[in-house]
Design a binder for this molecule. Sequence first.
Ligand SMILES: Cc1ncc(COP(=O)(O)O)c(C=O)c1O
Length: 425
Amino acid sequence: MGWLIIDLVVTLSEKDKAYLWHPFTEMDQWCASDHQPLTIDRGEGVYLYDIDGNCYIDGNASIWTNIHGHCHPVIDAALREQLDRIAHCSFLGTTNEPAILLAEKLVGLFPRATFSRVFFSDDGSTAVECALKMAIQYCQLTGQRERREFIAFEGAYHGDTLGAAALGKIPAIHQRFEGLGMPVRHLQSSAQLQDIDGTKVVAVVIEPLVQGTAGIRLWPRGMLQELRQWCDDTGVLLIFDEVMTGFGRTGKMFACEHEDVMPDLMALAKGLTGGYLPLAATLATARIYEAFLGGSERTFYYGHSYSGNPLGCAAALASLRVFEQEHTLEHLPAKVEHLAAGLESFAKGNPHLGEVRQCGLVTGIDLSGGDGTLGARCCAAARKHGLLTRAIGDTVVFMPPLVITPAQIDEALTALGRGIAEIVG
Ligand SMILES: Cc1ncc(COP(=O)(O)O)c(C=O)c1O
């Protein structure tokens, strides 16, 4: 039996290396003979198990998607029930119950009359792409054709489709494609808006409160209000990309709630289905939606084959039910505090650690004196102690599923501490 398992693992790894192309991955390193890919077999709650039976805390919530843990009985049951009805049907010309109920629920998560419509797509990139196209067409439909450029920020990441990527400004990811997408002006701070002629601008796009892929960079408090004010003064639309921050990550359901600021368009994905299935939503205000009414020449000609996918919508509805049943948001403050205290003692007097940044359960831990690979090496070492997470350069990211317990937070920090100690001494 043991041989059989070893055989299976070897065969799978070989086939992986023979056929797959992984995202954001240096493939010659991945395929090197001394690299053994980690093959995940199953998950349970906050834990992932590999094909050899090793167990890891899912320290980056499966690339920032998972909310209530893996194999959650409520979401699993909802999916099985939906599977018995239908997995997918077109959303062009037909509709379905889970999508209708989910749209109603999503609109209801915001103060009354904030958003009036939900447009479904597939992932974070398409949710942003859709918001960009809505914003451009809105300007055209309302006689503002001179508005042609977007404003985004240094360090931004909004996805990899060409429009969303044009908003991004992380050299390793975006430099190669610069100038090939839409016109975007990148700012360092909201103060720079004062020097900009708003009459040419379609929209300002931001990851509210915290930039994830930049290495968990926190924006100054009050920035969202400043953006809202400038956009109101200049007639520019405000787009919040809550793909990472949405669904409780920052301690509230949505990051914008921390400053009580609502955008004109919002992109949601990742945690929308609890981290189960690819589904995204772009939420629009009534003002934007109504501009698209009044004939075929005003129609929003945009969509994807899997828009409104019933399985994804059933998972998302179940995830929102779990938020209510398990009082997920109510339990967050204690976890956030516990993490803050844990990080403080973790970092205290440790010369190998630099700045530690936390926003809810979103954490970036800078390693001092790194060469850009130190983070990855420390994460690889922490893996042997039972923590699976990723680094961005020399910043280790810890962003667990919201279901994590204080004891599991301690377990994760202990594993990370051991991993770092092993690498830096
Ligand atoms: C803020 C933000 N927007 C958009 C995206 C793109 O999402 P996806 O990878 O689902 O296309 C990401 C992914 O990390 C993100 O962090």
